[in-house]
Structure formats: structure tokens, C-alpha cells
Design a protein around this ligand. Sequence first.
Ligand SMILES: C[S@@+](CC[C@H](N)C(=O)[O-])C[C@H]1O[C@@H](n2cnc3c(N)ncnc32)[C@H](O)[C@@H]1O
Length: 268
Amino acid sequence: MQFAAPAERYDRYMGRYTPTLAVALADAAGLAPDSRVCDVGCGPGGLTRELVDRVGSAHVAAIDPAPQFVAACRERNPGADVRVGVAEHLPWADGEFDATLSSLVVGFLTDPDLGIREMARVTRPGGTVAACMWDIADGGMTMLRVFWTAVRRVDAGATGESALPGTSDGDIAERFRRAGLTGVVAGALTARADYTGFDDFWEPFTFGVGPAGQYLESLPPAARETVREECRAVLPSGRFTLDARAWYARATVPALRPDVTGRSGRSR
Ligand SMILES: C[S@@+](CC[C@H](N)C(=O)[O-])C[C@H]1O[C@@H](n2cnc3c(N)ncnc32)[C@H](O)[C@@H]1O
């Protein structure tokens, strides 16, 4: 899926969860201080920033297909190697990194399994691959649960984001195993975001960012208004904080690495 919105709009929509989610994913990955680390699907660079804080910008690489996100990520993380490109064809050599992380990206890849195999390829044997996606299946991502529940009042058949890879418990872990990764550990991460009030919650949905924003743009104005009022009805008045659960998996690249075609052995 294409993310064409300016970085500042992404920040207000989803990026407000990044400071807490990035800490949780980096902790789950268990990075050693001098690790060389890659952030795949970096967006405007929220996780990249956390990685730079932990291992230093000279040890951090990042990649995303959206040029405006790459520009923001570069500006926010001077010294990091930030490139335009896709997970399915990473522009780094085999084993360049000690750890490769990806936050909220697996579900948006054209070929998630190929993307994961590429993440494994650029990570050294014994290194770590870790990824997370929001919990859509069990409704643990409150912001999106509130939105899609409201949508179903006007479009009962709306599937929302539940068909996206990685959004149900254990899906990323299963993909890691299929990619030949070992020692797979999976679980839940908790993030949160503060809102100054309902308008601060609603306005970012109108920016057209991600599946929810794009779906909202497709609705006629009256239906949009209904969705808005359904959301308002279930949220507190005044300031509030929403919790968000993500499913993650972490795994180790085996000594005999899986290659990008899925066979065991040296890749490429
Ligand atoms: C929900 S955003 C997550 C951004 C960032 N990782 C974060 O946690 O805020 C999804 C990101 O995946 C990127 N993306 C989409 N297709 C991709 C692909 N094939 N390879 C790598 N990234 C991709 C988008 O451009 C977007 O930046």
C-alpha cells in the first residue's frame, strides 16, 4: 500500500504511537549497544530515532518506498543511512546487520514473506529479526477498533484492516518460521497516544493516511458524518489517552541461512 501523505500528517495519525511502540519493539529485539541495525519500512523515522538513540546514527540504516517519509527520516536522523526502496529487494549485502526491525510494515508489503526473507538475508547468522503489527483481530488497537466499529454502522460488511498480514496473534511468528528463522519468540507490545480531545482524534482520519483514512475518503459526506458521530459517542470528552496493542515476533537467523527463494543455504 502506498503512503502518500506528508510526514507531519502521518505523525498526527499514527506517528503519535511511535515513541512508545518503538521503545517496546527495540526492547523486545534486545539490541546490544554496538549493533548495526536496519529499520525496514521506516516511515518518517520514529523507530529509526529510537535505534539511533540506542546504537548511534552511524550504526543505523533505514528504508521506505515513500520519498517524503525518507526525506523526513533523513532530516530527523542525521548520519543514518536512509534510502528509498522496498523490503522485498533490500539494497544491502548478506549479513550486513546484527538486527533488522520492522514496525507496522509487514501488513503493507506486496509480498510479506519475501520481505521477511530479505530481512533475514541482510542480517548476520545469529542476528535478530523482529517485527510488529497492530492487533486488529482482537481489537487491541483501540483507535482503529473505535473507527472500524463506527464504520460498520454505515457499512456492515466493511472488513477494515483485519485481512492485513500480521494483524492476528501469531501470524508474524508463523511467517518467521516459514522463512526459516529459528528461536521464534512472539507476544504483545503495548503503546499509547494522548489526545487533546475528540477533534484531535478525528481530524487525522480525514488526512487519507493508511487504510482507514483512504476508506473514509471513499464514503459520501453523510456517511462520514455518521462515522464521526459514532466515534464521538464512545470516546471521553476532554483529554484522553488510548492504548494500542501490537503483535510482535522476534527470531534468530540460523547459521545456514534461508535464501530469498526459501531454500536453505547461502543467499544470492
Ligand atoms: C504504518 S507505516 C509504518 C511506518 C513506521 N515503521 C512506523 O512505525 O511509524 C507503513 C510503512 O510501510 C511502508 N511500506 C509500504 N510498502 C512497503 C514495502 N514494500 N517495503 C517497505 N516499506 C513499505 C510505507 O511507505 C509506510 O512508511
